[in-house]
Design a protein around this ligand. Structure first.
Ligand SMILES: Nc1ncnc2c1ncn2[C@@H]1O[C@H](COP(=O)(O)OP(=O)(O)O)[C@@H](O)[C@H]1O
Ligand code: SF4
Ligand SMILES: [Mg+2]
Length: 379
């Protein structure tokens, strides 16, 4: 390792890309298709992830947003194969992860790192910070003489002085500092994909901004692709290139940041945006507040999963499952009556709300033929 390597942040391990990976180097880094994660729970089975598909481009950051309990962590864990997906495909750099034997998974897990919500419990309290950060390099078989400079470089990159922190243990640090250590531990192996599962949710607001800035800096410095999970659309706005909005185990809208924040087409996205506090305390909310609780994934509503809380639900919403489809290039929404054009205005009145739609629990088969509504029903 040269001096330049430590100062420039180049911490690459010798990677052994699969032959398919070389062929697919220009394609998306990650392609998730029809992913289902089913759990056995008292009373039956439930789909915590109920058929999710998306792509993540190389060097891009996807913000994955939805209320607590909608399946974000389960999806993250299924991508990383920490739980074995029940159905579907996870193609990472041309390699199908759901088929990989244990040895292949171990190699792959160096290339996909995860940062968790609670940094303190994510770090082994008995180990010194140096050993915690060095662990991935040791497992990867990096020669001992290379490990120290790599660990010191990454600690500096996350804003910690290696002289001061290396011999301490996690309990001697604040939550924000522990999250910096967790980010260092993930980034030291030079991953291709970093999955951050609500990495700032447990931190004080002032510290949240610092950790978000750090992740943004890491992304710029290394070109790592990122999935950034949050329950709040405000948190992911600045760090994301693309956003996927999740509701009750499915993705209901996806698009680039401009499309999602400036032209949200799904009533759920609209409601999440309306819940974001505006800097102006006197400003009126842009639309109706989100009512009620997220239904149980054990017993999802028939048709559109959001219909029991949707201000513009109609009979059709109970009968047919809306599929993701383009409302503009790259902007996809799963709604029979997307909020585009005049429909966006219509959604903010109560004229469209159906009183006759069946309630949660009256299910229709999800695989039944779906009627695709015209792009913008503005009746
Ligand atoms: N191992 C598990 N066994 C049973 N149910 C689970 C398990 N993990 C998560 N769930 C359930 O799956 C749903 C989604 O959970 P989770 O992915 O943690 O949501 P989020 O991260 O969006 O808050 C919840 O209803 C949760 O209780
Ligand atoms: S499909 Fe119907 S219930 Fe679902 S979000 Fe669209 S309008 Fe609302
Ligand atoms: Mg979670």
């Amino acid at each position: 390792m040269t001096a330049d390597d430590t100062t420039s942040g180049t911490l690459a391990l010798d990677k052994q890309p699969a032959p398919d990976a070389v062929e697919n180097a220009s394609g998306p880094l990650l392609t998730v298709t029809d992913l289902v994660q089913r759990f056995r729970v008292p009373g039956g089975m439930m789909n915590a992830v109920a058929g999710v598909s998306f792509e993540l481009g190389r060097g891009r950051t996807l913000g994955l947003v939805g209320e607590s309990g909608c399946g974000k962590s389960t999806l993250a864990r299924a991508i990383l194969q920490l739980t074995k997906p029940s159905e579907g495909s996870v193609l990472f750099d041309g390699e199908e992860l759901t088929d990989l034997p244990k040895a292949g998974l171990r190699t792959m897990r160096r290339r996909i790192q995860m940062v968790f919500q609670d940094p303190i419990s994510a770090l082994n309290p008995r180990r010194k910070i140096f050993d915690i950060v060095a662990e991935g390099l040791v497992i990867a078989g990096v020669p001992a003489e290379e490990i120290k400079p790599k660990v010191e470089a990454v600690l500096r990159q996350v804003g910690l002085d290696p002289e001061l922190v290396a011999d301490r243990r996690p309990h001697q640090f604040s939550g924000g500092q522990c999250q910096r250590i967790a980010i260092a531990r993930a980034m030291v192996v030079d991953p291709d994909l970093l999955i951050c599962d609500e990495p700032v949710a447990s931190l004080d607001v002032s510290v949240q901004a610092q950790v978000l800035d750090l992740l943004d800096e890491m992304k710029t410095r290394t070109g790592v692709s990122m999935i950034f999970v949050a329950h709040d659309l405000a948190v992911v706005r600045n760090i994301s290139d693309d956003v996927a909005v999740m509701y009750l185990g499915t993705i209901c809208e996806t698009g680039d940041v401009t499309a999602i924040y400036e032209s949200p087409a799904h009533p759920y996205t609209r409601a999440l945006l309306d819940a974001v506090p505006t800097p102006d305390p006197g400003a009126a909310p842009a639309g109706p507040a989100l009512q009620g609780e997220i239904p149980s994934p054990m017993n999802p509503p028939s048709g559109c999963r959001f219909r029991t809380r949707c201000p513009i639900a109609r009979d059709e919403c109970a009968a047919h499952v809306p599929q993701l489809r383009d409302v503009s290039p790259g902007h996809r929404v799963a709604c029979h009556f997307p909020l585009v054009g005049e429909a966006a205005v219509f959604a903010h009145t109560d004229q469209g709300a159906s009183q006759t739609a069946p309630k949660a629990g009256q299910t229709t088969p999800e695989d039944e033929p779906v009627e695709v509504a015209p792009a913008a029903r503005e009746d």
